[in-house]
Design a binder for this molecule. Structure first.
Ligand SMILES: [Zn+2]
Ligand SMILES: [Zn+2]
Ligand SMILES: [Zn+2]
Length: 490
């Protein structure tokens, strides 16, 4: 697969949705339909000194651009690769004195590229930046105000010797960023570190139950020969069989909300009414709202429990943002106990509690308790998500790690295998997370064999290993367990 080759897809008019992309040949699960480099991309303001501005990997030690002292790179290769995009930015930053925010920096990078290459189609793109949707006409009063501030700041930053663009064009670019921005993550896929524009991806319409997924790959230049270096890119990957002529879709949002809430979110952030099959028929809504069957709780009891759960989630959110993790655990335990006789295990309120409590307990290294909650969470998720959903894969991976750390080697190994199978489809074999999982799969397989031969010796060995070397500590729980794919203001 050459990056930027678009021979497998075709732009067409999708009934009721405007432009879309369809497959020009048959695809199977895990096939890469296309890979696309960023047209322009920037690192988030808060991470400019810890993430490489070319490949978006998080690194211990980065080299600073000697000129602007703002841009940071892994090494000479990344710095050299950046120069074409950074040259004008570098002198603008020096002139401006202080770096403007990420939105302004991205808009300027897009416009320097337009200045360099013209506004027509660039190589490997099926659509030009000019032709991407901006939805500025749908902006509310607050968004209009923000747009005006952005345009003002942009004009102060934009060097007088660069090409002059009309106010309308500058607004268009900010609109494009607002509805086509894609989140770039670090090499472990755990943290959102930047935002980029990928024009071809912008043509792929949304479906809550899509046939494709999109994944960011930071690329690699670890190989000695530059011929084998890979570039940072997104990949559109098939989740199952796709027939020739079928429309390609991705989900712009996480699936785990009732259809009405998903539709609201899509309307508010992307300005369209979702007419996908899952929304129209409300598929899975009954599971999302599931209540116990026997004995069935009264409607009044369900209503009360929903309110109680909402209030508790708010308290949890607050405690979590203040780093009061023991309080988070206490709140979750209490809520789960109260929900038990009312909600089924696929109920979203129960699943949200299970997700938070298992993550926080793992962080606190209370792996045994965490592992039981994580198992319940995975059982629920399996009934709700598409079997090849990337979020499901990541959740199963975390649950598998927790169970492994808790010494539940059989369950842990099983989950790690399951996660590995999902990530082979959604991330591909060369992605660093998939490679990590492969290593864990081999390790847990070996431990499992030892466990089956001699359980006593296995526990002895684990104890010794734990005493000598504390288990790898889980990352501190973040407000967002996994970065959302598409970059949107909440
Ligand atoms: Zn780099
Ligand atoms: Zn510089
Ligand atoms: Zn939908």
């Amino acid at each position: 697969m050459t990056i930027g080759s678009m021979e497998n897809v075709e732009v067409f008019n999708s009934e009721g949705k405007g432009r879309g992309l369809k497959a020009t040949k048959e695809f199977w699960a895990a096939d890469v339909i296309f890979a696309e480099p960023a047209y322009a991309a920037v690192v988030f303001d808060s991470l400019v000194t810890v993430v490489c501005h070319t490949c978006f990997k998080r690194q211990e030690k980065l080299h600073r651009c000697g000129q602007c002292k703002f841009a940071h790179y892994c090494d000479r290769t990344c710095q050299k690769d950046a120069w074409l995009d950074h040259k004008k930015e570098c002198s603008a930053l020096k002139r401006h004195g202080k770096a403007p925010n990420e939105n302004i920096r991205l808009a300027a990078r897009i416009m320097w590229r337009v200045e360099r290459e013209g506004s027509g189609l660039t190589e490997g793109c099926l659509v030009s930046v000019d032709d991407l949707q901006n939805h500025v006409e749908h902006f509310g009063e607050e968004e209009q105000k923000e747009l005006r501030v952005d345009v003002d700041t942009f004009l102060q930053y934009w060097p007088p010797q660069s090409q002059t663009f009309s106010m309308q064009y500058i607004s268009h670019i900010f609109g494009v960023i607002n509805c086509n921005g894609f989140t770039l993550s670090d090499q472990r896929g755990l943290q959102a570190v930047g935002v980029g524009i990928f024009p071809n991806l912008g043509l792929v319409n949304h479906d809550c139950w899509p046939n494709c997924t999109v994944i960011f790959n930071n690329g690699s230049h670890e190989a000695v020969k530059s011929m084998f270096h890979t570039q940072m890119r997104i990949e559109l990957r098939a989740l199952g069989k796709i027939s020739e002529g079928e429309e390609l879709t991705v989900s712009y949002i996480d699936f785990l909300s009732v259809s009405e809430e998903r539709r609201q979110q899509l309307k508010q952030q992307y300005y369209f009414d979702c007419t996908c099959e899952h929304c129209q028929k409300g598929l899975k809504d009954d599971l999302f709202l599931g209540v116990k069957e026997d004995p069935k709780p009264s409607q009044e009891a369900v209503k009360e429990m929903i309110q109680f759960s909402k209030d508790t989630l708010e308290k949890i959110h607050k405690a979590r943002s203040e780093g009061l993790y023991h309080e988070v655990v206490r709140l979750c335990r209490e809520a789960l106990q109260k929900q038990e006789p009312v909600f089924a295990d696929t109920n979203l309120y129960t699943l949200r509690m299970l997700s938070v409590v298992s993550e926080v307990l793992s962080y606190l290294q209370a792996f045994d308790e965490a592992s039981h909650y994580a198992r319940r969470m995975v059982d629920g998720y399996m009934k709700l998500y598409h079997p090849n959903n990337a979020q499901l894969g990541m959740a199963v991976m975390r649950a598998g790690l927790t169970n492994w750390h808790a010494g539940h080697i059989e369950v842990g190994h099983g989950m790690i295998c399951k996660a590995y199978a999902i990530l082979l489809v959604t991330h591909g074999p060369s992605h660093p997370i998939t490679k990590d999982l492969e290593a864990m799969r081999v390790q847990t397989e070996m431990e499992l064999r030892m466990f089956r031969q001699n359980e006593f010796m296995y526990h002895k060995m684990r104890e010794a290993a734990l005493n000598n070397q504390p288990m790898q500590v889980m990352a501190e729980p973040s407000m967002e367990p996994a970065p959302a794919l598409f970059h949107k203001k909440p």
